[in-house]
Design a protein around this ligand. Structure first.
Ligand code: SF4
Length: 243
């Protein structure tokens, strides 16, 4: 019973901390506006291309893909080699090209056309059960589709969020990104998933960088587990830099 009380209290503590972090980020960066729901297939392919690479390489790979294959249907023709060369700049090109083609074939077979609009009629659990088992679709892809494509409450965890979350203490040290999705979803303040997601990424890119974070400029210093709390200095150990 005592153990249950403690974990409940810890969860409440993390929820309160996330509310504070969300408000401080919004005060600094504003409240991001929700755009119109995006094209689901585009989001899916972009998220696959983003695996194990940075945003610049993902965008290069996506541009290369669209240049070679202006229509998604073109990707189903021919063999995988041309797709590999089109997305090479994004890394892991052979694996990603194979997965993209396999997923598109699966959609075409299921729906008779290349569209993910059938997901709009499903609740989030059904979406997870339907596309989650496909190779190349992990928690981040599903959460991106839910958040950006369907305007639902979901929380994709990318490399910036994982790193910042561990430093601020709302993601457990040693937790992998895949597990962090299920961990974070109930902790994120209601209706703030988009705001917290986008603002944390902005914060991670500009201030709480992987190497040499700008702790002296940090407005979340008081929330940080690594901070000495008086705001003067901070030691980020080498092992933490490699998150
Ligand atoms: S004090 Fe430094 S390590 Fe901590 S959140 Fe701010 S920038 Fe990141």
């Amino acid at each position: 019973m005592r153990k249950l009380d403690r974990s409940w209290q810890e969860r409440r503590h993390l929820q309160a901390k996330l509310i504070k972090v969300t408000l401080l980020l919004e005060k600094k960066y504003g409240i991001p506006r929700r755009r119109r729901p995006g094209n689901l297939l585009k989001i899916l392919i972009e998220t696959i291309l983003s695996q194990h690479t940075n945003d610049q390489n993902r965008d290069r790979a996506y541009r290369g893909l669209k240049k070679q294959f202006p229509h998604w249907g073109d990707l189903l023709e021919g063999n995988t080699k041309k797709v590999v060369s089109a997305i090479r700049e994004g890394g892991l090109a052979e694996q990603k090209a194979r997965r993209i083609r396999e997923i598109l074939h699966w959609i075409k077979k299921r729906e008779g056309k290349l569209s993910l609009s059938f997901l709009r009629k499903m609740d989030s659990d059904e979406i997870q059960a339907t596309i989650g088992p496909l190779k190349g679709i992990g928690p981040k892809t599903i959460h991106c589709l839910l958040l950006f494509g369907l305007g639902r409450e979901a929380f994709p965890v990318d490399t910036h969020i994982l790193r910042v979350g561990k430093r601020l203490g709302f993601i457990l040290e040693g937790m992998e990104a895949d597990a962090a999705h299920a961990w974070m979803t109930p902790l994120v303040p209601k209706k703030k998933s988009l705001s917290l997601h986008l603002n944390l990424i902005r914060f991670g890119r500009s201030i709480c960088k992987a190497k040499n974070p700008s702790c002296d400029l940090c407005f979340l210093r008081r929330q940080c587990l690594r901070s000495d709390q008086d705001g003067s200095s901070l030691q980020v150990k080498q092992r933490e830099v490699n998150i």
